[in-house]
Write a protein that binds this ligand. Sequence first.
Ligand code: ADP
Ligand code: ZN
Ligand code: ZN
Length: 748
Amino acid sequence: MYADIVLPLAQPAYTYAVPEGMALEVGEAVSVQFGLRKYYTGIVWRLHDERPRVKQVKPIVRKVYDRPLIDERGRALWEWVAAYYMSSLGEVMRCALPSLIKPSADSDSQLLEETFYPRTERYYALSEAYRDEQLLNETLDRMERRAPRLHEALLEVAAELDKRGTQEVARRLLSVDATPLQTLVKKGILSRTEHTPDEEHGVPSFRLPILTEHQQEALEKLRADFAAGRTTALLHGVTGSGKTEIYIHLVAEVLARGGDVLLLVPEIALTAQLIERMERIFGSRVTAYHSRLTNQRRSENYLRLNRSQGGEFVVGVRSSIFLPLKHLQLIIVDEEHDASYKQADPAPRYSARDVAVWMAHQTGGRTLLGSATPSLETWLNASTGKYGHARLTERYGEAELPQIYLSDTRRAAQRGERHGHFNKLLIDKIGGALERGEQVMLFQNRRGFAPYLECPQCGWTARCPHCNVTLSYHKYRAQLVCHYCGHSEPVVTRCPSCKVVDLQPMGFGTEKIEEQIAELFPEARVARLDRDQLTSESALNRIIEDFSAHRTDILVGTQMITKGFDFEAVSLVGVLNADNLLLNPDFRASERAFQLLQQVAGRAGRRGAGGEVVIQTADPTNPVLRQVLNDDFRAMAHEQLAERQSYLYPPYARLTVITLRHVDVQIVRRAAAELGDRLRKRFGRRLLGPIAPAVDRIRGEYLMQLMLKIESSASRLKANAMLAEEIEKSRRQPDQKSLTISLNVDPQ
Ligand code: ADP
Ligand code: ZN
Ligand code: ZN
């Protein structure tokens, strides 16, 4: 017997011999020798008796776990991802399995299945003495006046215990805050334990939010669309309309049936709030899965889910799409338009959202895409009836959509009403908000103090030695940093070229804004949030907590502040410069700018009325800005889709970008020209390029690109096969051996 084993490499499967007496199943993990010294954990992909045509077939060393790591559904998924995104199964394996599960050293560092933790949940009970009704009542009476919050918490615990006739109640069934509960424990009135949940008999109970009429209608529309056979649906709801409440109801339904649910979220650090919200309702059913967990923890989660009998609720980032949820019935993709669902590097360059849509189609499960600003691809599918579609057009409760102002930076400058990067309008609004004790968020989509250093005399700029880009100036670290390769160097003060002049930072980033705001409003408490802070999670959390608890007044940030935050006291959002969003040469620039500005605006006035947004721009007549101003998604979609159709861009065409890299610029140019000629013979005018991309040198390698643009009606897999054939020819050319060719299918 032989087994084809997928190894975590950009290689096809290798064939090994199955030793006498070893009972193997497809999907199992085995340890095999590769080359002379290396050992890898691989996955058994196929069992057969076709002796390979090599002299010596190595035997499998041993089995690694006592059950398959992936089932048939998982194997079909890996194969589709590999074929669609033009990568090897090994590359899919690398990204699908957590690293401890696939140790590649020759040591025995493998994770033992027994070591993973069982799920635990928090429970509250009345302490022994307080189970006496009289004492309890006296205590409650005493608290009612003096400590109303404690009174409320204790009353709820007592009522729940009474209602259920149990000794203890799970945290997820309580609606009170954590603080009074903690105080009651400290006072010895309540006791807290953490243990594995007791078997839940019958239908598990969750404390679900009561939906508004509109929310209920949207939920029923989704149910009806799903029941009518639509495998994917879009929930298009403005920020704060209660999409999450609808998710919660759908999740509870599936869990009650014993099915699994996967909730995909864009960037986990920023969705800590969402996970917490889910845990408060679904308790230990929630498994968080993201890159901030330790390797150990991620591996444990994988193995635990692999043995689960169902009823799992995973909240995770894009790679959780590969988790072994065997009873997966529902995938929810929150903020489905978010570009982070697409893996940029390394291969497979998959889109978790698109994989989710494929999975529902394939397995009969359901996929719900949620967004306030859906991608045009999704919106087109929903408006043509291919996807189900429900809308939420109002914010929950008293909250109204914010009032948006476009503020002309050029005119302000002419009138002398511009101070630093702030127009008078924005300054006045900030002043007003601070006076009323409200909070402000300021958005600037460039990080660092300034994008680059420039000599005002000779024009010299600080550039990365490895990439064709300028270095970004980070004032507080006193460093110049390359945002492409991470190269950093100390700031030079004298121009190295003309050696005369002091260098000036050009442009402006979040740090500069923070500095100017401190000058304008010296008494305001200002914090800054951008990727630089992400290096430490605790620092990030502190910034968010401080702002959330109103210990800071103004939060300055990049993209990061647009995602999913829910701060109650923010009444004003300022966008310092909308122009660099719009001037981006990407065909998605307008769509992205609209999405981003709407998301930013959505942070204003989440509760109550009167949120305001000031967008500063040099071009206030820009159609996209008008569409943002009028909150007119439909107009934006129609205009952009018309443009995409006439220039043949997604969703009317499918794109694949082919990137060639080499340290020798001549070799890469020749190879690109040659591959381009061969591809043009097969694809004709569907092939564009080669061209040098905007950043044409990264980490010392030169880049050239080709783009394939095929009609959306054509078969992607057929085109992929033709493309793969030609690329293989390039790879076989002796002078192009050290060339790297990478493929990006459906680039974002
Ligand atoms: P979205 O996900 O659409 O941005 P959320 O679900 O986060 O909106 O709702 C916005 C706010 O309104 C949240 O604080 C949420 O708790 C509250 N909310 C929305 N719907 C309800 C409801 N039916 N009952 C109670 N609170 C609600
Ligand atoms: Zn660089
Ligand atoms: Zn100079």
